[in-house]
Design a protein around this ligand. Sequence first.
Ligand SMILES: Cc1cc2nc3c(=O)[nH]c(=O)nc-3n(C[C@H](O)[C@H](O)[C@H](O)COP(=O)(O)O)c2cc1C
Ligand code: SF4
Ligand code: SF4
Length: 406
Amino acid sequence: MADLTTKFCGLDFKNPIVVASAEPTNSVENMKKCIDHGAGGIITKTIGDIPAMQALTRNSKYAILDDKGKIIDKRVPRSFFFYSRSGYVSEHYSDWIPILKETQDYAAANGSHVIGNITGGTIKGWVELARMVEDCGIPMMEINFQCPHPTDYDGETVGPWIAQDPNVTAEVVRRIKEVVDIPLMVKLTPEAHNLTEIAQAARNAGAESVAANSRFVGFAVDIDNAKPYIGGVAGIGGPWVKYITLRWIHDIYTKTGIPMSASNGIYDGRDAIEYFMTGADIMQVCSVLMLKGIQFIETIIDGMEKFLDDNGYASINEIHGIASKQAQTPAQMFEAPKDYCLIDHEKCKFPKCDLCIRTCFYDALNEGDERVAFTADNCIGCELCHSVCPFGAITMTKDKQSAADA
Ligand SMILES: Cc1cc2nc3c(=O)[nH]c(=O)nc-3n(C[C@H](O)[C@H](O)[C@H](O)COP(=O)(O)O)c2cc1C
Ligand code: SF4
Ligand code: SF4
């Protein structure tokens, strides 16, 4: 069995799957359950001091939409849209002192880690919350600069606004670092213009790591009833967002090298591997556990182990960042030798099918008398015909002559 152990911010993780800050970590019972099902770590639901955000959680709503924009009424598919609103823990933050201590003891006894997630409404609030988490013996903290919900916040430098501004990000990080010693992870928002710039600002101000990233804000419409789902604007996420998140993980990893936790879009073990290969050190999971249950942590971990075993990797650390390291620059991409479309006319269903002809925008494929006519000089090797052919009749080749002769 491949070795899943990894190191992040000075902590040894038995595996890199960490339960993200959300409902599966909103109580001591839920957090213990995550640990029981094998999580390498858990991040508490945000402990905050903003009354509006505490009240919001008591009014949480969750809509799961399919790819047609309808509420799912059958099994949750592999691709879903999770449209929901939720705030911070409903309890007063001081009520979390015993919860944090109990969970920390349980995690330590079971080889897992607790990461405390906080949001303050003012600098004073940030500092007080940070001290409280550290005093409970929690070994690491995530500072939540991202919550996507509109609210009547008390302060000007809270929620998504912080992580949209490198100066405000740096200021809040600095003030927290003045009072705590445990490693800080800054949770970024995908709504910022340049996440890498924010990550670098956080790092320069003393943060040990970043989490890339939280959810977008959306607006989903129930056209049959001519109104928005769950009342209006809400957070939106799901497996569909994976490639956007990966873009930022790749960018932050290659340009800054900051230790990084991934969040947003992970469904199974193969996704987790994809994030790790791009440069994330640990992977957070939330939506999939909310829709399939905390038990699904085991399926994700098993999926990672299976991938590593099937592909002959002894340890997950062998594949850290390897996809990002292989990414080409535009210049390298343009210098690569050209490909040509090679049609297998035995497999081709022309004239019943003409899809590749319709989707070649370079005039390289046209209707011939009895078969698809290919003009090699016009082919730029874009591979669109290969992607769309429903019958596997097109491959790509570097041999122009054989493509022309086919
Ligand atoms: C219902 C719900 C509640 C959430 N609550 C919090 C929260 O309290 N604090 C926080 O930092 N992130 C919160 N998040 C964001 C998650 O931690 C996570 O970053 C996000 O859902 C993306 O990961 P996923 O694709 O695995 O869901 C919440 C997400 C959802 C769906
Ligand atoms: S898409 Fe495939 S099957 Fe259809 S015409 Fe092109 S090569 Fe033939
Ligand atoms: S590879 Fe692109 S340009 Fe060449 S035939 Fe196919 S669709 Fe046309």
